[in-house]
Design a binder for this molecule. Structure first.
Ligand code: ZN
Length: 373
């Protein structure tokens, strides 16, 4: 009997090029109106005991071809518990192919680039947090396809803190991080939360790109626009998701900001900053460096050796949110990157980098912020 493969669901993405018995040749659909592709999410219906041979081809042209070596695919049988399956990357076959060989242990196997975070789960999260005491819900605007841009606000302090995630919708670990952050901040027994809520006003946007999320995009919105290249001049036509958030930031001001992402190639958690902005102030940079050092001392999941090269003085790309907020508000702003692969220094062969690790990292990030203020 031939297996069947489906992806017509929230954040589903795969093209079935051919099926024969238990072998499938697959490829990834590009983000709408763009050439980016890397995110995949599909299910395989099969028989228990089937020797599955799944090949995702054409990956040399993906957004981050370096993401496929030393990568293990995420899989689940119940859509709750996600584990890793060993994966081979053959750069020389079928335009670069990722090969998953697995003996089926259940009638349906779910496979994804990282544990998905569905829009249904997003709405569950927003609804439950919005009900918590001291939380204000704001709908800042809507996406090109009419989905709400949700913002949760809390805290009575004067330090304005913005946390936002999933500008790049395929980086689902970013919303797992958000779930961890929101759980901590709404836990009445959490001492860091009590302290932070006294010092700060939090503005939290768990998902900047709901259209891309639902469509199974890697990097862009409905119009094929990379939202993290729009912050200098967002428009209602191209990037209403950024425009409504930036307008709300202009109202509140921004003292601290964390933009949460995932990185395809680097097997580590790291920060990127704003060292190249024209108006860089020494104390602004000192606070950023102190945050980075304190976070490294707070959790062994964070490190400062691996990361992006620093930008030369004055050469910052102000279309990105971190640099735009640092320049516009003098904020201490940062891009937080988590791995799709694993944490090289503390590997977990079963789960790799995971939703649970992402949530715990959010706890550490907030504890660190509390120490900094
Ligand atoms: Zn990203």
């Amino acid at each position: 009997m031939t297996i069947s493969i489906d992806a017509a669901f929230d954040s589903g993405n795969i093209v079935v090029d051919s099926l024969a018995g238990t072998t499938a040749r697959l490829s990834i659909r590009k983000d709408r109106e763009s050439d980016f592709f890397q995110w995949f999410h599909f299910r395989v219906a099969c028989n228990v005991g089937d020797a599955l041979d799944l090949r995702i081809t054409g990956l040399a042209d993906s957004a981050y071809p370096d993401g496929w070596s030393d990568y293990a695919v995420c899989a689940s049988t119940d859509r709750e518990n996600w584990f890793r399956l060993d994966t081979d990357y053959d750069a020389g076959t079928d335009g670069g192919s990722l090969i998953v060989r697995h003996t089926a242990e259940s009638p349906i196997l779910w496979v994804a680039y990282f544990a998905p975070y569905s829009m249904e789960r997003h709405h569950d999260l927003v609804a439950s947090v919005a009900e918590c005491e001291g939380v204000t819900y704001r709908r800042l605007g809507h996406s090109l396809e009419g989905q709400p841009i949700d913002c949760l606000e809390m805290g009575t302090g004067t330090t304005q803190v913005w946390l936002y995630a999933r500008q790049h919708p395929g980086e689902s670990m970013a919303e797992w991080w958000m779930e961890g952050a929101l759980e901590k901040l709404t836990d009445p027994a959490d001492p860091h939360a009590r302290s932070l809520l006294r010092k700060c006003r939090f503005h939290i946007v768990p998902n900047m790109n709901p259209d891309g999320s639902r469509r199974g995009h890697l990097r862009t919105n409905f119009a094929g626009v990379n939202l993290n290249r729009e912050w200098h001049e967002p428009t209602a036509e191209r990037s209403p998701e950024v425009l409504c958030v930036r307008n709300a930031m202009d109202e509140s001001g921004v003292d601290w900001a964390i933009d949460v992402h995932g990185d395809e190639a680097i097997p580590a958690v790291f920060l990127a900053g704003f060292e190249g902005i024209p108006s860089l102030k020494p104390e602004q940079m000192e606070k950023y460096k102190a945050y980075e050092a304190t976070l490294a001392a707070t959790t062994p999941d964070f490190q400062v050796d691996l990361g992006y090269a620093e930008t030369a003085p004055g050469q910052a790309n102000l279309s990105m949110s971190t640099t735009q907020l640092a320049e516009r508000f003098g904020a201490v702003s940062m891009t937080l990157e988590m791995p799709f692969k694993d944490n090289r220094d503390l590997p977990d062969p079963v789960a790799g980098w995971s939703p649970e690790r992402s949530k715990l990292l959010a706890h550490a990030c907030l504890a660190t912020l509390d120490r900094m203020l």
